[in-house]
Every structure is written in structure tokens, then in C-alpha cells.
Design a protein. Structure first.
Length: 264
């Protein structure tokens, strides 16, 4: 059985989302920013449907996907913007359920991949995010240690995400891997803006979408001139953990079984 986190610090941060809206009340037509980050639970069909709807209304210049490597994105970018064609083309990709994003992909004018090689993420675990990221590490905030309070929150969050099955003292490496990915996704968004223009949409998990320490925080350091909106998506009536520009709550939750079964 998964053990709930009892840290008062983590519990406080989980309730800080700015505003919540129902799906029925969502109107994307007023968006006029540079970057829209659409968070999700990766296996929630309603979240994917909302993302596809948003893309059809906003019509961004490019869409960056956490789930795709640059090579995978380039291959899918050549596919007809059709649900069935995207499903057929996305078989065997490293992200096992990328076919579930078929409508999101079909609504993307340009498909950009942001996923890092696994060996880079593993290297960050041991060597730190800054060492792996490269010469722009300071621009994206990776050379500065996290505040002690945030470090504790993030380590406890990783401990819970891994069902308390790994030693807590290893979680600092997990945090470094997460910081690397946040900064790398932000760098890919900036590159997409420079190449294709504004707006750019990022499709990513809620953890990467949070304003307080995810991709938006890295963008704020590297490109403070950008107008960035981040939307987190919850399930049932529970908002996602973290701080967002606003959240969408009320999506049905798929039957996932026991999320910790793999650790037992």
C-alpha cells in the first residue's frame, strides 16, 4: 500500500494553485501569450482531449512534446494530420502510449521532441543536472543549489512517487534528473520559439508544468521577456499538486490498479 506523505511543507505546497476552472467553462480563444504549457496525467484520455481542443483553437506555431525524442518527432511531423495515420505511425516508440496522443499530434502544425536520452538522465542522477546540461546550465538555473526547503519537498515527492520503495537518500539524484529535464524542455521551447515564432505549446506532465519549480521557472530565468501560461489538469475534484496559472479539475480517473504493484 502506498504511504501518504505527511510533511507539512509538501502538504502546503500542494494547495497553492492560483485558480481552478471546470472543463465546461474553458475558453481557449482569449490566449495571446508566447508559451502555453498544458500539463496532464499521462494516461488520462480527458486530458489529451482537452489538449487537442486547445491546439485547434489556439493554432500554435509549434508543439513541443515531453514524450518524443527529436528523431521521433521529426518522423511524426511528416505524417498526415489524421488520427488513424498518427496511431499507425506511432507504434513501437519509446513512450509506450504515444498512440493515445494521436488527436493531439494531429492538431499540431509542427511536432517537436524534447525527450532526453536515458543515459543523460542517468548521468544527472550521479553527476548533477548542471554537469550534464552543458554551458548554458547557469542560464537555466542549474548551477544554483535549491533552497533547503524546496530540496526537502522535492525529495519527499520523489520518495512518494516511487512508493517509498527506494532509499530516501537516493532521492537527491532523482531531483537532479528532474531538474535536468525541466531545463531541457525549457531549452527546447526556446529553440522552437526562435525557429517557428510565437505561440509555442508544451505538452508535458503536471510535475514539469508547475510554475514554482518546473519548466516555467526555467523559462523565467532564461527568457524573462516571455509571457508563459501553465495549466495543470487534475482528476475527480482534486487539483494537481503544485502552483499553476490555473487548473482544470473534474476529469474522470482511469482505472490504474495499484500504482505501487511494480515495487512490491
Amino acid at each position: 500500500m502506498r504511504t501518504a506523505i505527511t510533511s507539512p511543507i509538501l502538504a502546503a505546497v500542494a494547495t497553492l494553485s492560483t485558480a481552478a476552472f471546470s472543463y465546461a467553462a474553458t475558453d481557449w480563444s482569449g490566449f495571446d501569450g508566447d508559451v502555453l504549457i498544458l500539463g496532464e496525467f499521462h494516461d488520462n484520455p480527458r486530458h489529451h482531449a482537452v489538449q487537442a481542443d486547445a491546439l485547434r483553437v489556439i493554432r500554435p506555431r509549434a508543439v513541443v512534446f515531453e514524450m518524443l525524442t527529436p528523431d521521433e518527432a521529426q518522423a511524426l511531423d511528416a505524417i498526415a494530420r489524421d488520427h488513424a495515420a498518427m496511431v499507425a505511425a506511432s507504434q513501437g516508440y519509446h513512450w509506450s502510449n504515444i498512440a493515445d496522443y494521436a488527436d493531439v499530434l494531429a492538431a499540431s502544425p509542427v511536432i517537436v521532441g524534447a525527450a532526453l536520452p536515458r543515459d543523460a538522465v542517468r548521468a544527472a542522477f550521479g553527476d548533477g543536472a548542471a554537469a550534464v546540461f552543458g554551458p548554458d546550465a547557469g542560464v537555466y538555473g542549474l548551477t544554483k543549489p535549491l533552497a533547503a526547503e524546496e530540496q526537502e519537498i522535492r525529495e519527499l515527492g520523489q520518495f512518494d512517487a516511487h512508493c517509498d520503495a527506494m532509499p530516501l537518500d537516493l532521492m537527491s539524484g532523482m531531483v537532479e534528473a528532474q531538474r535536468l529535464r525541466d531545463a531541457a524542455f525549457a531549452r527546447t521551447v526556446v529553440a522552437a520559439l526562435d525557429r517557428y515564432g510565437s505561440p509555442v505549446v508544451l505538452i508535458t506532465g503536471n510535475g514539469h508544468a508547475r510554475l514554482d519549480w518546473g519548466v516555467p521557472a526555467a523559462l523565467a530565468r532564461a527568457r524573462p521577456d516571455l509571457s508563459v501560461t501553465s495549466v495543470g489538469q487534475g482528476e475527480r475534484q482534486e487539483p494537481p499538486e503544485g502552483v499553476f496559472s490555473w487548473t482544470l479539475n473534474g476529469a474522470p480517473a482511469p482505472d490504474r490498479g495499484d500504482p505501487c504493484a511494480a515495487f512490491n
